[in-house]
Design a protein around this ligand. Structure first.
Ligand SMILES: Nc1ncnc2c1ncn2[C@@H]1O[C@H](COP(=O)(O)OP(=O)(O)OP(=O)(O)O)[C@@H](O)[C@H]1O
Length: 228
C-alpha cells in the first residue's frame, strides 16, 4: 500500500484571549490508499484535522507531508496549487456555483488547470455520466435535488483525477436514498485514491476501510470495520 499523505505529530492550538484551546495534539498517521473515516464527538478536532491535512490552515506543531513535500513549508499560493493538482473536496454544503450549469460546475477545476474548452466539456460530461447525471448536464444547481447536487460536487471533485479526496459530512443533508447513492459513489471513487471522510454518521464511517476515532483533539483509536 502506498501512503501519499502523512501527518507527523500534528497539533493546533488556538488562543482565545487568556485561554488556549488545544484543538489537535500529537496526531501521527499515514493515510494509505483506500478510505479512512474520521469520527469523534463535536469539538474533538475533526474539522481542524481536515483543514491542516488539506493545507487550508497551518499547524502550530508538527507537519503534513505529501510524499516528500512538506505542506507547511509552502506559501499559501503553493498550497492552493497543491490542492488543485492533488486534492478533491466534497463538503456538506455543495458549494456549486449557482449561475453555472451542472457540466460547467464540473468543468470549473479544468478551466483553472488550463484545459482547452472542448476537452473541458468532454471530461465534464464523462464525469456526469459516471455519477448518473448526464441528462442533467445543462441544468442549473437550483433545478437539481440535494442528492443530485452532491453527485455533481463529487464529479467536480474528481475532475482532475486527484489522488486524494476529502469529504466532510458529504451525506449530511440528504435523504436515505440519496445518501446511499452518494456514499456508494464516494467509496468507489475512494478505492484507488486516498479518501479521507469526516463524519458523525457511524453507519457511513463503517463502510470505510478504517476508522480513526478522535477525542479531545487526540487520536485515541484506529479501528478496522468488519468486512461486509
Ligand atoms: N478558529 C478557532 N478559534 C478558536 N477555537 C477553535 C477554532 N476552531 C476550532 N476551535 C476549537 O477547537 C476544537 C476542535 O474543533 P473542531 O471544529 O476541529 O471539532 P470537530 O470535531 O470538527 O467538531 P464538529 O463535529 O462539531 O464539527 C473545539 O474546541 C473548537 O472550539
Amino acid at each position: 500500500m502506498t501512503s501519499v499523505l502523512r501527518a507527523e505529530n500534528l497539533g493546533k492550538r488556538y488562543r482565545q484571549g487568556e485561554k488556549e484551546v488545544v484543538a489537535l495534539e500529537g496526531f501521527t498517521f499515514a493515510f494509505p490508499q483506500g478510505s479512512t473515516a474520521v469520527v469523534g464527538p463535536s469539538g474533538s478536532g475533526k474539522t481542524t484535522l481536515l483543514n491542516l491535512l488539506a493545507g487550508f490552515d497551518l499547524p502550530t506543531e508538527g507537519g503534513v507531508y505529501l510524499g516528500e513535500l512538506a505542506l507547511n513549508r509552502l506559501s499559501e499560493d503553493q498550497r492552493a496549487e497543491v490542492r488543485l493538482q492533488h486534492m478533491g473536496f466534497v463538503f456538506q454544503q455543495w458549494n456549486l456555483i449557482p449561475t453555472l450549469t451542472a457540466w460547467e460546475n464540473v468543468a470549473f477545476p479544468l478551466l483553472l488547470a488550463g484545459l482547452p474548452p472542448k476537452a473541458r466539456k468532454e471530461r465534464a460530461l464523462e464525469l456526469l455520466e459516471r455519477v448518473g447525471l448526464l441528462e442533467r448536464a445543462h441544468h442549473l444547481p437550483s433545478r437539481l435535488s440535494g442528492g443530485e447536487q452532491q453527485r455533481v460536487a463529487l464529479a467536480r471533485a474528481l475532475a482532475l483525477d486527484p489522488p486524494i479526496l476529502f469529504a466532510d459530512e458529504p451525506t449530511g443533508n440528504l435523504d436515505a436514498t440519496s445518501r446511499e447513492q452518494v456514499a456508494s459513489l464516494l467509496f468507489e471513487a475512494g478505492e484507488k485514491r486516498t479518501l479521507i471522510l469526516v463524519t458523525h454518521d457511524l453507519e457511513l464511517a463503517s463502510q470505510a476501510d478504517r476508522i480513526l476515532h478522535l477525542k479531545g483533539g487526540r487520536l485515541v483509536r484506529v479501528a478496522t470495520p468488519a468486512p461486509g
